[in-house]
Ligand binder design. Structure first.
Ligand SMILES: Nc1nc2c(ncn2[C@@H]2O[C@H](COP(=O)(O)OP(=O)(O)OP(=O)(O)O)[C@@H](O)[C@H]2O)c(=O)[nH]1
Ligand SMILES: [Mg+2]
Length: 305
């Protein structure tokens, strides 16, 4: 399966929500009307783009159609696709991990951090990096077992702390031993935490401080792992985590099971934070690097019904 097929598959349900039977509707009534625009806006909201973003997109489409262009499925979806693409591409800065680097994964419980850590480790390793997975989730005993399994699946080095040890101490140990072995990429899994628990946020900041002390500049990426099914609360989570730790990007997981993929547009538009990867399944290969063009094309496909 090529990359675009993965986008199409992962966004199938969301795309259906946005464009399902639109082609038939437009064949019967090929006119742009308040009713049609209202319906399109509702569809975008249902796909979780957020009300403000949906409105802005529809206003742009309406502006473009003012020239009296005859509307059919192809024309309407082209305008929609462009409006989505422009929002994504504006925020999407290219990124590059220099060596050595820490990629820190944070987020609420069950978002998909551990799974993402495993998938990322495999991906970075196949890019030729020497990867170490660090289990800074010392809170749940099962978490370390889960990460051990991912490390063996991804065939990368692994380090864990004693149960209940300070997460920052695990990261310190990982850096100390890893840097001397020539590890150039440390993927750090952390325990799930609610964004409004200040003591747990302090724990994350401490991980960053300790890592930076061991190797200044090493914490290059701090990604919030978000479950695509979270709904608009995802925005609050992102705002709070960003305020506390200064996020550099987002990994959106479980896109494969949801019709709410429009949250990607809302996150870009409302936070200005780029999505780095999309989780589209539970397998090692089910993590795809974000691409604005492929995303917009899969979200608003050019063939309907
Ligand atoms: N379908 C699907 N399932 C996923 C994806 N990512 C994670 N999961 C599943 O979501 C569940 C939770 O994933 P974890 O990786 O354990 O989540 P976590 O954030 O580490 O959870 P805590 O450590 O408890 O906070 C698991 O059953 C994963 O298999 C994805 O992209 N698609
Ligand atoms: Mg976990």
């Amino acid at each position: 399966m090529d990359l675009f097929d993965k986008f199409k598959l992962g966004l199938q349900k969301t795309a259906r929500k946005i464009t399902g039977n639109l082609e038939s509707i437009l064949k019967i009534t090929p006119r742009i009307s308040e009713e049609l625009l209202g319906e399109m806006e509702d569809r975008l909201v249902a796909a979780d783009t957020g009300t403000a973003t949906a409105r802005a997109i529809i206003n742009e489409v309406q502006e473009k159609m003012k020239g009296g262009e005859k509307v059919d499925y192809g024309v309407l979806t082209r305008h929609l696709r462009e409006a989505v693409f422009e929002r994504l591409v504006k925020t999407h800065k290219p990124w590059n991990l220099s060596t050595p680097a820490v990629v820190l994964l944070v987020g609420v419980n069950g978002a998909g951090k551990t799974t993402t850590a495993g998938k990322l480790a495999a991906r970075f390793s196949s890019d030729g990096r020497k990867v170490l997975l660090a289990a800074a989730d010392t809170f749940r005993a099962a978490a370390e077992e889960q990460l051990t399994e991912w490390a063996s699946r991804a065939k990368v080095e692994f380090i864990r702390g004693a149960h209940g040890a300070a997460p920052s101490a695990v990261v310190f140990d990982a850096l100390k031993s890893g840097l001397s072995q020539g590890i150039d990429c440390f993927v750090v899994d952390t325990a799930g935490r609610l964004h409004n628990r200040q003591n747990l946020m302090e724990e994350l900041k401490k991980i960053v401080r300790v890592a930076e002390k061991a190797a200044p500049g090493i914490v290059q990426e701090k990604w919030l792992v978000l479950d695509a099914n979270t709904g608009q609360n995802a925005i609050n989570q992102a705002v709070e985590f960003h305020k506390e730790v200064g996020l550099t990007g987002i990994v959106l997981t479980k896109l494969d099971g949801t019709a709410k993929g429009g949250i990607v547009v809302a996150l870009h538009e409302q936070l200005g934070l780029p999505i780095r990867y999309l989780g589209m399944g539970e397998g090692l290969d089910d993590l795809v690097p974000f691409d604005s063009k492929m995303f917009a094309e899969a979200l608003v496909p050019d063939s309907g019904d």
